[in-house]
Write a protein that binds this ligand. Structure first.
Ligand SMILES: [Zn+2]
Length: 189
């Protein structure tokens, strides 16, 4: 089932999600909904809070940019936790389904190890680097109430201030970005 995205301005994005104690049918259905919603919105990762469920659950589906014939690296991670990271950071541009049309560079650890439970409830450890590591850090941040804009330098935040304010105000007023875009086009004509 497709779910509606939580957009910046909704205070749930700043809340810490709860640990999942039991992997039941409700959680498995939630995982399906998250994949469906993420694919529809053309995202590479989604945290449960982004569809309004404050549970520590993320899904990712990351393409192999070196070999596009390979399938995406697709995974659901329950209670994910970064248990190790290397020293080196890498700067890459990020966007977020909860921040439509806003993108900026974010420094993330190049290599991480993530502990999580799989759908069967088994504890797993994933070693990730590069783009997958970046997506995982972005999504795990969401489970802790942190968005990518919280990771920006102050000059970047200043640069995005107007756009963010507009997005927040629209969300608070219940105005969707799409409607706003139509309005902008009308005023341009
Ligand atoms: Zn995000």
């Amino acid at each position: 089932m497709l779910r509606e995205l939580v957009i910046y301005g909704d205070e749930r994005l700043q809340q810490v999600s709860e640990k999942i104690e039991k992997i039941d049918d409700e959680i498995l259905a939630l995982i399906d909904d998250m994949f469906e919603t993420m694919y529809k919105e053309r995202g590479v990762g989604l945290a449960a809070v982004q569809i309004g469920v404050l549970k520590r659950l993320i899904v990712i589906s990351v393409p192999d940019f070196d070999d596009e014939t390979k399938p995406d690296f697709k995974l659901a991670l329950i209670n994910p936790e970064i248990i190790w990271h290397g020293e080196e950071k890498e700067i890459l541009e990020e966007g977020c389904l909860s921040f439509p049309e806003i993108r900026d560079d974010v420094a993330r650890y190049k290599e991480i190890k993530v502990k999580y439970l799989d759908k069967e409830g088994n504890e797993q450890i994933l070693e990730a680097e590069g783009y997958i590591a970046k997506v995982l850090q972005h999504e795990i941040d969401h489970t802790n109430g942190i968005s990518f804009i919280d990771r920006l330098e102050s000059y970047q935040k200043r640069r995005l201030k107007r756009e963010l304010k507009e997005l927040r105000n629209n969300t608070v007023r219940g105005i969707k970005k799409v409607q706003n875009r139509e309005k902008l086009q009308n005023t341009n004509n």
